[in-house]
Design a protein around this ligand. Structure first.
Ligand SMILES: Cc1cc2nc3c(=O)[nH]c(=O)nc-3n(C[C@H](O)[C@H](O)[C@H](O)COP(=O)(O)OP(=O)(O)OC[C@H]3O[C@@H](n4cnc5c(N)ncnc54)[C@H](O)[C@@H]3O)c2cc1C
Length: 502
């Protein structure tokens, strides 16, 4: 049996661990508690073709259209055709999806041509999935290191042979034949985000340092509707159920922007919100859900979160702003999760399979996590544990920048956010490089590790955003407002310091 280290315990990490544990020794390393992450926050649901009126081709078309010319169509076909089986697999594992008497209850979300979004607990889909899969992991007695962070991947002879991990009692070195990065996104790079505290791009940054290639880093999806102040996400499903967006005069401004109005692709809605906010001196826009039938019953978690902010959305519109939500970019992988470095696999939001293109279709990311994690686990090479030459102990110090995280988040929000332009990107790159140049050797802490990773991720996003001289999907350039057919391709980068230089 070979040893597989799975870093991260959202839908992608838990799925790999469960599937791989049938044939391999698996250890899960996870930053907070088992099951914490973006997955546990997912509300709207998981998309899949589960009834005869719908079709896999329709799901593929919707995904490709949202992806604005950058989807990998082979990967999209895998996603949409294997998705239904994975959703049934989640149900068989014990996820209690909502039903409507004829089967799974299915909701409509933005840019889907059919109501195909399956949910659990109304708007608590991710929590149900994370809890259930974490429970299965415990029952299988898969070893789990909680509150333990990936520091860096251990590379020997151009192959990843394990990881250094910061555990509550200090750094340790763990060896494995296969290491799986399932560390999710990097929303904490931005001043406003729907992502939890741990979403700091650690796995992507570590993979870059280990020599892996990163694809399409410039595409960060901003969700249009986070509750102003708290960052709590108000799912698209609420707009799918009939909620509308109004400016501070009460006008439904999305009708002037796109014929699909509030159900236009996320990038369109988020940009319209940002521009409307700018036109009203930064004041949030209003989400009016007062006309949605059985609002509190259908969206109990959201209703509680809105009430916690002192608002009653059944009787009044509530203030919302865009927020960094989902990273389309990530570690370049093939259809089995293999990265460009031997021994290193990536799955879920940290990976770039190409299914989301330049803009993710709502509720396709839980699906991506389930589908491609299953494939990656099945493809882990069988074999025995390798005999390693003696390796040095885990590192105890890293070169980390001494930056104030909120300065970085503000810079990212203004220069790498919803609208970008050459001059602000160049200024940002110089600032980011200056922070990098000031980094020094320090004892390892969680804060230092995360800052180092966020800074690297920011530098890659900035560089790729500068290079993409067009507007496409979630990447909007003020100075290049149109899509350029010549640039309709994925761009990958590897860590070459000279390429990141100012
Ligand atoms: C508020 C919100 C709502 C959403 N709603 C939906 C939805 O309705 N439908 C949908 O399809 N998608 C939705 N998404 C997106 C979706 O939830 C994520 O893309 C998906 O869950 C990612 O799964 P993952 O397993 O790749 O990562 P995550 O679930 O984020 O898991 C990452 C894991 O890695 C761990 N980790 C991170 N860094 C380290 C480290 N250095 N060392 C060890 N462990 C580490 C984390 O603790 C976590 O356990 C939503 C996202 C958010 C934030």
């Amino acid at each position: 049996m070979s040893h597989v280290i799975v870093v991260g315990s959202g839908i992608a990490g838990l799925t790999v661990a469960l599937r791989a544990s049938a044939e391999h020794d698996v250890t899960i390393v996870t930053k907070d508690a088992l099951g914490d992450g973006n997955t546990a926050r997912a509300q709207g649901g998981i998309a899949g073709v589960l009834c005869d009126d719908d079709s896999v081709d329709a799901h593929i078309n919707d995904t490709v259209r949202a992806g604005a010319g950058l989807c990998d169509e082979d990967a999209v076909r895998v996603l949409c055709s294997e998705g239904p089986e994975r959703i049934r697999g989640l149900a068989a594992a014990g996820v209690d999806f909502d039903t409507d008497g004829t089967g799974f209850a299915q909701g409509l979300e933005a840019a889907h041509s059919y109501p195909r979004v399956v949910h659990a607990g109304g708007d608590a889909t991710g929590r149900a999935i994370a809890r259930t899969l974490a429970q299965r992991v415990r029952e299988r007695r898969i070893p789990v290191l909680e509150n333990s962070l990936l520091i860096d991947l251990v590379v020997r002879d151009d192959a990843v042979v394990g990881t250094d991990v910061l555990t509550p009692t200090g750094p340790i070195r763990m060896l494995a034949e296969t290491t799986v990065i399932a560390t999710g996104g990097s929303g904490q790079l931005y001043e406003r985000t729907t992502n939890p505290r741990g979403a700091t791009g650690d796995g992507v940054a570590a993979a870059l340092r280990a020599g892996a290639r990163i694809a399409d880093a410039e595409f960060y999806q901003f969700h249009p509707t986070a509750l102003a102040g708290s960052g709590f996400l108000i799912s698209e499903a609420v707009r799918g159920a009939g909620a509308v967006l109004r400016d501070n005069t009460g006008r439904r401004f999305m009708l002037d922007v796109d014929p699909r109005a509030e159900l236009a692709p996320r990038s369109t809605v988020a940009l319209a919100l940002a521009r409307t906010m700018a036109a009203q001196d930064g004041a949030p826009v209003l989400l009016d859900a007062t006309g949605v039938p059985r609002l509190a019953e259908r969206f109990p978690t959201l209703t509680a979160a809105v009430a916690q902010a002192g608002l009653d959305w059944t009787s009044e519109p509530v203030p919302v702003t865009p927020a960094a939500h989902y990273w389309m970019g990530g570690i370049e992988v093939d259809l089995e999760g293999r990265t460009t470095v031997e021994g290193l696999v990536a799955v879920g939001e940290a990976a770039h399979t190409g299914v989301h293109g330049a803009n993710r279709l709502a509720s396709n990311s839980l699906l991506e996590g389930a589908v491609f994690a299953e494939r990656a686990a099945a493809a882990v090479p069988r074999g025995n544990k390798r005999q390693h030459p003696p390796l040095s102990p885990a590192v105890t110090e890293i070169v980390a920048p001494a930056l104030d995280r909120s300065d970085l988040q503000r810079l990212a929000w203004s220069a790498l956010g919803l609208e970008r332009c050459e001059s602000s990107l160049n200024d940002a790159i110089c600032r980011l490089n200056a922070w990098d140049a000031e980094a020094s050797l320090t004892p390892i802490t969680r804060e230092g590790l995360e800052n180092r990773n966020l800074l690297l991720v920011a530098r890659v996003i900035a560089r790729q955003a500068l290079a993409r001289r067009e507007t496409r999907g979630a990447h909007a350039r003020l100075d290049y407002p149109d899509a350029d057919p010549e640039q309709a391709r994925s761009v990958t980068t590897a860590l070459a310091q000279e390429a990141l230089a100012c």
